[in-house]
Design a protein around this ligand. Structure first.
Ligand code: FES
Ligand code: FES
Length: 150
């Protein structure tokens, strides 16, 4: 079956089977920033934005995304680069495996919440696990990014 998605603002058509998950569809089509972690909706490493909201792509059937906007980190490259510098400056990048998913989640948070508190940030990021236990450094970098109005 053919599924139409708008990926990073570009209309795309993907050949899929009914049971394919979005994570596999994206990776098979070279959106390799979308990573596979637990594959059980627990780690958040596979996060993409679905109409601007973070979702785990390992548990979203590609057919359910028909006609919707999907954003990967390639679609927010300028903001991701800005975040990457701040994560590096705070020693928060570590292994970097989770960075694309965290960048997407923080980007969505910035769009959705006005003047988020520290608690808002923690709650918004609750679905993104980092195995390097870098949360404190990540929090400093995220606060710095959210304060950046440029
Ligand atoms: S790979 Fe999707 S939540 Fe872990
Ligand atoms: S930086 Fe290593 S898993 Fe997050």
């Amino acid at each position: 079956m053919l599924i139409n998605l708008i990926v990073n603002d570009q209309p795309k058509v993907f050949l899929c089977k009914p049971g394919d998950f979005l994570l596999d569809t994206l990776r098979e089509n070279n959106y390799l920033s979308v990573r596979r972690g637990c594959d059980t909706t627990n780690c958040g490493v596979c996060t993409v934005l679905f109409d601007g909201k973070p979702v785990p792509s390992c548990s979203l059937l590609t057919v359910k995304a028909e006609g919707h906007h999907i954003t990967t980190v390639e679609g927010i490259q300028e903001e991701a680069d800005k975040m990457g510098k701040l994560f590096g400056a705070e020693g928060a990048d570590q292994c970097g495996f989770c960075n694309p998913s965290i960048a997407l989640t923080v980007y969505a948070l910035k769009k959705e919440l006005i003047n988020p508190t520290g608690l808002d940030v923690k709650e918004y990021l609750v679905g993104n696990l980092c195995r390097c236990t870098g949360y404190i450094a990540q929090e400093r970098a995220i606060k710095s990014y959210l304060g950046d109005k440029s």
